[in-house]
Each structure stands twice: as structure tokens, then as C-alpha cells.
Design a binder for this molecule. Structure first.
Ligand code: NDP
Ligand code: 2IT
Length: 447
């Protein structure tokens, strides 16, 4: 069977088996076809039917989380963990608390995580999880009770050498702190069971900054490779959460003007450059809405709807909010605004049609599984520090992060050049991430 026919067959089987799981099918459809030139060179993968093993998670756990709200009412949420692939290390990936979380979303995130983690070069397998619990509008006490109930069940399935969760949308230092406290109460102190922990509970310095910083380091490498830099560039960022805030900070440090940030209600456009201290205060301290930015910057603009409909010209787009925030129509608006580089801080923020448009219009596309790998990479460094019972300095972690992002960029670019063309970083990321995982699977036999 040819590589192409084999890919088509596995895709058709996946679509049939998972009808309705749109995000999961989208992630597989964006991934498998790019492997064709690699499979042409590695026929043993076709012969051994390894793609079917790759799309099937090793384990998928679902459980209910009962908890009591401040009025004394009993509530229940649904939670998931997909332990996708452990070829190269313990399952590793975040937990998302957002009302839209479902099996399709957890599967797509877990599938992407396998190859992202492989690209870091560190010993971490792929996993992901979360719940349809919405932390928005909940009190600290409610969030704590939810996290304690979540961990009471979840602790059966995790461990420093088994599965090591971290944060994602709706799960930051507060949530990880409560989850860690409950794990400790049930099992004793075991630092390496979660990452993204508060620094006082053996968390790593620079983990909070790592995804946003890493995203900007990835783009910096792509720019330098084209004799360019961030200096004087206009940058548009979506979201105003963990990834956005630290992407904005690093882009500003490197001389760019960041024009926007957003939340799920609307976006701020500030031609003088986003006031990051204010955004941090609104989102991290007040847990408020981005519209509140106007109270201190009446000359900025607040617009309801997507930031990607912005008409003012800019050079670099950093989508850092959520999946499918950019469809073909919005991608066309970005092209009209003159964007040259799209680098994904979020997981799968661009639809398949949007990616096709970037590629048709020679917009350099930096896919999330490569560009946002800095977060999980520093999580793996947190695991290393926890195993050694040491705490590294901020600068040491940041230097490691810089070198990991450089290596990821180089691997994507060189693999793209070998199997497709230099600017096809999507093919480069997919093939380079896949190679390490499947070669390890082959070496371990059928397990
Ligand atoms: P946060 O919860 O800190 O922030 C999420 C931001 O995205 C908020 O501004 C939120 O707005 C916005 N957002 C969420 N859902 C939607 C939606 N449906 N429509 C529009 N805006 C939305 O999450 P993170 O910053 O941690 O995560 C952002 C993205 O980065 C996600 O795709 C995540 O998977 C990815 N990522 C995160 C990593 C990490 O280390 N945290 C690592 C790698 C990737 P609002 O407050 O209105 O909901
Ligand atoms: O999508 C991601 O890579 C994350 N949410 C971070 C995962 C981690 O284990 O740090």
C-alpha cells in the first residue's frame, strides 16, 4: 500500500469511529497527511500499521466531580484525562477547566501534546485532561472545594513516573496549588506529581512565563533566520491570560509594539502599545474583564468580537486564546492587514482553512505544537528540579528555555527543508515530532 493510501485509510477509519468529535478529527486531519514524504522513506511504519496505534490513546479516564457551592447546593461536573502515548516518558500535559471541555477537545489536545512534547527533546509522553467546570465567577472557596474533590478521584491515576498534569485554560497557580495540597493530604509530599506549582511548593521559577516567552523566542529564531528581528514590529495578540501576558511582555522587551489583547467578549486596541501592568492587574489580581482597561486608558478602543477582524496594519499575529479562534474569513482579514507571520501560542487556534490560506499567501505559519512548547518544556525542567531536590535560578531556566526553543525551531526548519520546503514549518514540526515517538515505539515492540 502506498503511504498516501495508508494515510487516507487511517483517516477514514478515524472519522468513522469518532463521528461528531470535530476538534479531534481536525487535529488528526491536519497531522497525518503531512507525514506522507516521511512514510515514503519509512515503509516499516506503514507495514506495522503504526498510525492506527498513534491515533488510539493508551487510556481515557472519565469521572464525575461532586462539590458544594457557597449556598450549600450540591453540584457535579464531568472530568477527563487522556493518557495518550507513553513511548518517550510519563504522560505529560495540562488540565483545562472551561465549560466547553468535552471528550473531543481533550482528545485533540492530548494528540497534539504527544508531538509537542517529543519536539522539546525531553523525556515526556503525551496526555491532557480537564473538566467542564467554569472557574469564572466562583469564589476561592468554591474553586478550592472543586479542586479537592477533583483530586480525590484523580490521584488514583497520576504519579511522578506515571502521569504529571499541569495547567491550561482556567488552571493557573491557584488551582494547581489546591490540587497539590489535596494530593499531598492523600499521599504524602510528592513534588513531581504536578508542574506549574507555586514556587513555595517546589514549582519552577519561569514556568509562569515559559509559554509566552517561548513563543516569542521561537518567532525570534524564525526572524533571525531571515535576517530580521522584533525591533519596530507591530504585533497583535489575542487573549489576556497566562500565555498572552508573557508573550506581550517578551515581545515588548525585544522592541515590538503590541497593539492588542482580548478576552472572550472583545478586544482592546491601543496604538500606543498595551499597558501590560494594567492587564496583569485586571486579569491576575482583580480577575476582571479586559474592557476595564478603558477606565485608565480612555484613548484606547474596546471592540466587541474577534481581534482578528482588526483593520489596522500589523506584522506578526500571536493567537493565544483558544482553538479555532481564526477561521478562513478572519485569516483573510489578517492577510489584508499585512500580517507576515502567524505564531500560535494557543493550541489549534487556526482552522484548517485558515492554515491553507496562510500557506497560499506565503504567510509564515508557526504551528502551536512547536511554537507553544516552551510551557511544557519548562514543566519537564520542573520535574528534573523536583527529582534532584534543587531549585534553579530564573536565569538558568530562561537560558534553557531559549536553547530548547532554538533547537525546536532548527528541527522544524531542517525537517521541513528535507521533506517539504523550508517555510513549511507545519510539515517540519509534525514530522520531527512524529519521528522520535514512532522510532521509540518501534524499538519497544508491540506494547
Ligand atoms: P488562560 O485561562 O490563562 O487564558 C485564556 C485566555 O483566552 C483568556 O483571555 C480567555 O478569555 C481567552 N479565551 C478562552 N476561551 C475563549 C473562547 N472560547 N473565545 C475567546 N477567548 C477565549 O489560559 P492560557 O493562557 O493558559 O491558555 C491559552 C491557550 O494557550 C490555550 O489554547 C492553551 O491550550 C494554550 N497553551 C497554554 C499553555 C500553558 O502553559 N498555560 C501551554 C501551551 C499552550 P475569557 O477570560 O473571556 O475566557
Ligand atoms: O498545552 C500545553 O502544552 C500546556 N497546557 C502545558 C502542559 C504542561 O504539562 O506544562
Amino acid at each position: 500500500m502506498t503511504a498516501k493510501a495508508y494515510i487516507d485509510q487511517v483517516l477514514a477509519e478515524t472519522k468513522e469511529k469518532h463521528a461528531g468529535k470535530e476538534e479531534f478529527i481536525q487535529a488528526v486531519e491536519e497531522f497525518l497527511p503531512t507525514l506522507e514524504p516521511y512514510l515514503n522513506d519509512h515503509t516499516e511504519i506503514v507495514e506495522k500499521n503504526l498510525l492506527s496505534l498513534i491515533v488510539e490513546p493508551e487510556r481515557l479516564i472519565q469521572f464525575r466531580v461532586p462539590w458544594q457551592d457557597d449556598e450549600g447546593k450540591w453540584q457535579v461536573n464531568r472530568a477527563y484525562r487522556v493518557q495518550y502515548n507513553s513511548a518517550i516518558g510519563p504522560y505529560k500535559g495540562g488540565l483545562r477547566f472551561h465549560p466547553t471541555t468535552n471528550e473531543s477537545i481533550v482528545r485533540f489536545l492530548g494528540f497534539e501534546q504527544i508531538f509537542k512534547n517529543s519536539l522539546t527533546g525531553l523525556p515526556i509522553g503525551g496526555g491532557k485532561g480537564g473538566s467542564d467546570f467554569d472557574p469564572k465567577g466562583k469564589t476561592d472557596a468554591e474553586v478550592m472545594r472543586f479542586c479537592q474533590s477533583f483530586m480525590t478521584e484523580f490521584q488514583k491515576h497520576i504519579g511522578p513516573d506515571i502521569d504529571v498534569p499541569a495547567g491550561d485554560i482556567g488552571v493557573g497557580g491557584r488551582e494547581i496549588g489546591f490540587l497539590f495540597g489535596q494530593y499531598k493530604r492523600l499521599n504524602g509530599f510528592s513534588a513531581g506529581v504536578l508542574t506549574g506549582k507555586p514556587v513555595s511548593s517546589w514549582g519552577s521559577l519561569a514556568r509562569t512565563e515559559a509559554t509566552g516567552y517561548g513563543l516569542v523566542y521561537f518567532v525570534q529564531n524564525a526572524l533571525e533566520d531571515r535576517d530580521d528581528s522584533f525591533q519596530g514590529k507591530k504585533v497583535v495578540v489575542s487573549g489576556s491570560g497566562n500565555v498572552s501576558i508573557y508573550a506581550i511582555q517578551k515581545a515588548q522587551e525585544l522592541g515590538a509594539t503590541v497593539l492588542t489583547c482580548s478576552d472572550s467578549s472583545g478586544y482592546i486596541y491601543d496604538p500606543e502599545g498595551i499597558d501590560l501592568e494594567l492587564v496583569k492587574d485586571i486579569k491576575e489580581v482583580r480577575r476582571g474583564r479586559i474592557k476595564e482597561y478603558l477606565e485608565q486608558h480612555p484613548n484606547a478602543t474596546y471592540v466587541e468580537g474577534s481581534v482578528w477582524s482588526l483593520k489596522e496594519s500589523y506584522d506578526i499575529a500571536l493567537p493565544c486564546a483558544t482553538q479555532n479562534e481564526i477561521d478562513a474569513k478572519l485569516a483573510q482579514k489578517m492577510a489584508d492587514a499585512g500580517v507576515k507571520i502567524v505564531a500560535e501560542g494557543a493550541n489549534m487556534p487556526s482552522s484548517k482553512e485558515a492554515i491553507d490560506l496562510y500557506q497560499d499567501q506565503s504567510i509564515l505559519y508557526c504551528p502551536g505544537k512547536a511554537a507553544n512548547a516552551g510551557g511544557v518544556a519548562v514543566s519537564a525542567l520542573e520535574m528534573a528540579q523536583n527529582s534532584a531536590r534543587l531549585a534553579w535560578t530564573f536565569d538558568r531556566v530562561d537560558d534553557e528555555l531559549k536553547s530548547i526553543m532554538k533547537n525546536i525551531y532548527t528541527a522544524c526548519s531542517e525537517t521541513a527543508t528535507k521533506y517539504a520546503e523550508k517555510d513549511n514549518l507545519m510539515a517540519g514540526a509534525n514530522i520531527a515530532g512524529f519521528d522520535r515517538v514512532v522510532q521509540t515505539m518501534l524499538s519497544q515492540g508491540l506494547v
